[in-house]
Write a protein that binds this ligand. Sequence first.
Ligand SMILES: [Mg+2]
Ligand SMILES: [Zn+2]
Length: 178
Amino acid sequence: MSCPSTVFVDRDGVINRKPREDDYVKAVDEFELLPGSIEALARLSKSGMRVVIVTNQQGVAKQLVAAATLELIHQSLENDVAAAGGEIAEILTCPHIADSCDCRKPKTGLFVEAQRLHPEIDFADSVVIGDSQSDLDAAMAIGAAAIHVTSAPGDGLSPVQVESLAAAAEILLEERND
Ligand SMILES: [Mg+2]
Ligand SMILES: [Zn+2]
């Protein structure tokens, strides 16, 4: 994996603690950052990579997550990364229910939207960091590399597996210095 120019980062289970199955981050105080994730996002950005967050949030369509709450959480995330000296280029959300749109990962709509906003994005020069099969499948669909964040690295589901976003950033930053 060569050092990418764009890093697509999943949210739940990568940046913040994943809610229980069939639950959602419904309030600002339910958004619990994982250790090192803000610093990792800032380091990637400071090294010259474009950081785009792509997140499935069907809790919005289910009316369990208010759009205003989502906005507050994402504003706070952007502020935290900025305070650490980095920048999030975009946070793109699919608020739709499963099987009703073209943007819920593993579909590619969020990635296509990122490219519309930033035409210089080259999927072949991008990496997707995620904890779900849908992230890995989306990466495959756009022709990007993938890093799988998993509590059980080495289960053989994907070529590059790490335990945290911080570890993923470490791999990408090491490659930059090669
Ligand atoms: Mg996730
Ligand atoms: Zn959607």
